[in-house]
Structures are given as structure tokens and as C-alpha cells.
Design a protein around this ligand. Structure first.
Ligand SMILES: *[C@@H]1O[C@H](CO)[C@@H](O)[C@H](O)[C@H]1NC(C)=O
Ligand SMILES: *[C@@H]1O[C@H](CO)[C@@H](O)[C@H](O)[C@H]1NC(C)=O
Ligand SMILES: *[C@@H]1O[C@H](CO)[C@@H](O)[C@H](O)[C@H]1NC(C)=O
Ligand SMILES: *[C@@H]1O[C@H](CO)[C@@H](O)[C@H](O)[C@H]1NC(C)=O
Length: 402
């Protein structure tokens, strides 16, 4: 068991870009995290068996649980950095957030969390299969950001990495104290390594490390993940930290689905093609359009999902009935089947995505669009990583393959 856990933590670094989907159940992953964290001597982690009945409120309000030094990366995920005007999708921003949280863990500092998350207009408006029964949700003007605590359960996160919001009373107290402390109050840091921040006296004794001078997007700070020991949080950490409301809604839907399998079918933005100088359409993922069509999905998943199973489909495909051909073999379910449960708890696509992700993670067999980890099942063999090679899309398939 111990060996298994270590290997998990030594997994290959993954592309921080694109949408992340956790493959292992959150409990398992938290268990892994807990074993790792405990070896690091951090004591904020709650035993996974008690995750569901933690009195997180108490822990959250208990200042003793918090480090008395702080790490600040700015008031917007990925800004400063190249994503200041617009912002990336949720998955990309989560990679960045996770990187910052890992740094806080490493430095044993409380992380100052942006109080809002920027909503990328493309990711927020793009069609989703989910049809609300109440059109007021669709017609609502699209917000450009949402409250961080409408996505994540910060008390829950704080059991692993203590966090405070940058609009909290606590943060204002920290700022006031840092001013009084003068040069020992705050260090404005750029291009200093994590290890130096931890070990050099000129940083380690400072109340507040201000990282906002870095010109890089946050995730770039984690790009060099060759040093495996700097990876402290699994990919699925933030997905499993969804707010109580989202987790409760996902649990209700999961209960109604019963024993189910799931596929996440990414279409939309990743199908983008462009014409080369001869006017020929090219795509970064030459097989993705084909592999995410129902007839090819049927063929691909037949070996993993037996006939008659309930299949939960999460997709950004807009066309109504697009996946209906799958109904000849499976009992199909979408988030729209559970509008009654879902609509009251979501205000934007990021929340919907987080909720759907919890449902996907709970499936018996879960097939992602792309393979992200060694054990993943996927709809396509195209790599998720941006290869930067524009190829001619392929729509045929060797019939022997099915
Ligand atoms: C839609 O939702 C709004 C607010 O939740 C509610 O006031 C309204 O009555 C709902 N309309 C319908 C047709 O259900
Ligand atoms: C952090 O440093 C930046 C300059 O790099 C400065 O503009 C900002 O006010 C600082 N913030 C805090 C909270 O010290
Ligand atoms: C790797 O990272 C760990 C923790 O982040 C650090 O203690 C160690 O010194 C690093 N090793 C190298 C070779 O940078
Ligand atoms: C979900 O709704 C579709 C119609 O939109 C229906 O065909 C399907 O049977 C429903 N699935 C479940 C599990 O209720």
C-alpha cells in the first residue's frame, strides 16, 4: 500500500492547460494526500474516513489551526501573468491555484486566496447539454467573475492548506500588521525559488510573502515539475473541494443514477480547425471530431461499457439529440435529466462543470475524452497536450477496429 501511494505521487507532470478531470475517487486521492502530508508533518489534514462528518466550521474558525505567516499571489488567479485581460477556463485556473496552494503548503504559510474567480466568457457561454427547465438562468446576463466560495468549500480546503480570502477581515489585519512591522512585514518577491523562500532568513521570517511581481501566469511557477517532491496535491484535490451545495447536489444525482458509467465528451473549442495556405482544414487534434461522434463512441466504449448500462454523458456539444444514437445500447442520462436538483444550485457554467465532474468521478467506469493518466480510459488516442502540429482531420476508421 505504501509503495502504491508513493508511485501515485510520482506520476508524470500533466499539462496544466485544458480542462482537468479527476480519475481517481476523491477519497482515495485524499488518502494519498494525507499519507504524504503526514510525512511532511503538516497537521491540517483530517482523516479521510471522517471527511464527510468533519466539523469544518470549527476548524475554519480555529485560528490555532492557521499558520501565522502568509503567502499572497495576487487577487486574481493567473494575474499578473499573461491572462490578465481574459482568463483561462476553470481547469487551467485550477492548475494555477493548485500550484499556489502547494507552495503555501511547502512554505507552511496560510494562502491568501482571491475572493473571486474570473469566468472565461467562452467557457461560460458555450453550449452545454444542460437545459434548464427555467429559462431565467439562460437569460441572466453573464457575469465576468464569481465568488471563489461559490465554487469551493474553503473550510474544507483549509483542512489541508489553510486559506483566507483577500476580502476578509483577517487579510486586512494581516496588511495592517505587515505595515507596522516595517521591513519584517512584507517581502515583494520575484524569481525566488520555493526553497530559498523557505530557507533563507530574509524571507522565512517575513510575515507576508508578496508574489505578485512575477510576470508569469501562476501555473508557470509549477511548470518545472521534474522535482517530484514539489507535487503535494493530487489533480483531483480541487475538484473534490467543491462547495457543500454542489457536493450535496452531486450526491443526490448519483443516488438517482444508481449504478452507472460515464463519459465526458469534449467538443466545442477543441474541434477548432484552421485553413492552411492551400485552403485545407487542419486541426490540432486530427481524430477528435470523429472520436467524439456517437457512432465512434459506441464502437470505442463497447469493450468497457456493457449493453443496458446507465450512461451519464457530460458534454459541451450543443446539438440536441446529438448523442441519441447511443440510446440503442445504453440508458442515457444527462445533467438536464436532473434539472430539478441542479438548477437551484448553479449560477454559471463553472459551477455546473464542477458538479458534473463530481458525477463523472463517481461512475463505475469513467471514460474521459483524452487520456490523462496511465490508467485512464479515453474516447480518443489523440494526445491532450497541444502538439502545435496542425493536421488534416481524419473521419474514417478501419472497420476491423470495432
Ligand atoms: C424561474 O426561477 C425564478 C427564480 O428562481 C422564479 O422566480 C420563477 O418563478 C421561475 N420560473 C418558472 C417558470 O419556473
Ligand atoms: C505586492 O507587490 C506589488 C508590486 O510587485 C505591489 O504593487 C502590491 O501593492 C503589493 N501588495 C501587497 C499586499 O503588498
Ligand atoms: C526538490 O523539492 C524539495 C521540496 O520542494 C526540496 O526540498 C528539494 O531541495 C528540491 N530538490 C532539488 C534538487 O531542487
Ligand atoms: C433523460 O432525458 C431523456 C430525454 O431528454 C430521456 O430520453 C432519458 O430516458 C432520460 N434519462 C433518465 C435516466 O431519466
Amino acid at each position: 500500500m505504501a509503495i502504491h501511494k508513493t508511485q501515485k505521487l510520482k506520476q508524470k507532470p500533466r499539462s496544466p492547460i485544458l480542462i482537468l478531470i479527476a480519475s481517481i475517487s476523491c477519497i482515495a486521492i485524499l488518502y494519498i494526500a494525507s499519507s504524504f502530508i503526514s510525512t511532511k508533518g503538516l497537521f491540517f489534514f483530517t482523516n479521510p474516513t471522517t471527511l464527510n462528518n468533519i466539523k469544518s466550521k470549527k476548524i475554519f474558525n480555529n485560528q490555532e489551526s492557521y499558520y501565522h505567516k502568509y503567502l499572497y499571489w495576487g487577487n486574481r488567479v493567473d494575474c499578473p501573468g499573461k491572462h490578465c485581460d481574459t482568463c483561462a477556463g476553470l481547469g487551467h485556473q485550477e492548475s494555477s491555484l493548485r500550484c499556489a496552494l502547494e507552495e503555501a503548503m511547502f512554505l507552511q504559510r496560510t494562502f491568501v486566496m482571491p475572493s473571486t474567480m474570473c469566468l472565461n466568457p467562452i467557457h461560460n457561454n458555450k453550449g452545454i447539454l444542460h437545459k434548464t427547465s427555467n429559462s431565467s438562468l439562460e437569460e441572466r446576463p453573464k457575469a465576468s467573475s464569481c465568488a471563489m466560495d461559490s465554487l469551493y468549500d474553503l473550510e474544507f480546503i483549509s483542512n489541508t492548506v489553510p486559506v483566507i480570502l483577500d476580502n476578509s477581515k483577517m487579510w486586512h489585519q494581516v496588511l495592517a500588521t505587515s505595515m507596522k512591522l516595517g521591513s519584517r512585514g512584507v517581502a515583494h518577491v520575484q524569481g525566488v525559488s520555493r526553497v530559498d523562500l523557505k530557507e533563507k532568513d530574509s524571507y522565512s521570517s517575513i510575515l507576508l510573502i508578496n508574489r505578485t511581481a512575477s510576470p508569469l501566469a501562476w501555473f508557470a511557477e509549477c511548470k518545472d515539475r521534474n522535482n517530484r517532491s514539489s507535487i503535494m496535491l493530487p489533480y483531483s484535490f480541487l475538484p473534490s473541494m467543491a462547495t457543500k451545495k454542489l457536493r450535496a447536489a452531486a450526491d443526490k444525482v448519483k443516488a438517482l443514477l444508481g449504478d452507472y458509467d460515464a463519459i465526458h465528451v469534449r467538443r466545442g473549442d477543441i474541434l477548432k480547425t484552421r485553413k492552411d495556405r492551400f485552403g485545407v482544414e487542419r486541426s490540432l487534434h486530427p481524430h477528435i471530431d470523429r472520436d467524439t461522434r456517437p457512432e465512434f463512441i459506441l464502437c470505442r466504449i463497447a469493450k468497457w461499457v456493457p449493453r443496458g448500462r446507465t450512461l451519464f454523458i457530460a458534454s459541451n456539444e450543443r446539438k440536441e439529440g446529438f448523442f441519441s444514437p447511443l440510446a440503442k445500447r445504453y440508458k442515457l442520462a444527462y445533467s438536464s435529466n436532473y434539472s430539478r436538483i441542479i438548477d437551484p444550485v448553479i449560477e454559471n457554467n463553472y459551477q455546473l462543470f464542477m458538479l458534473e465532474r463530481l458525477i463523472l468521478m463517481g461512475a463505475k467506469t469513467y471514460i474521459k475524452t483524452y487520456k490523462e493518466e496511465d490508467n485512464d480510459l479515453s474516447l480518443t488516442d489523440d494526445p491532450k497536450k497541444n502538439t502545435k502540429v496542425w493536421q488534416i482531420p481524419v473521419y474514417t476508421m478501419d472497420t476491423k477496429e470495432c
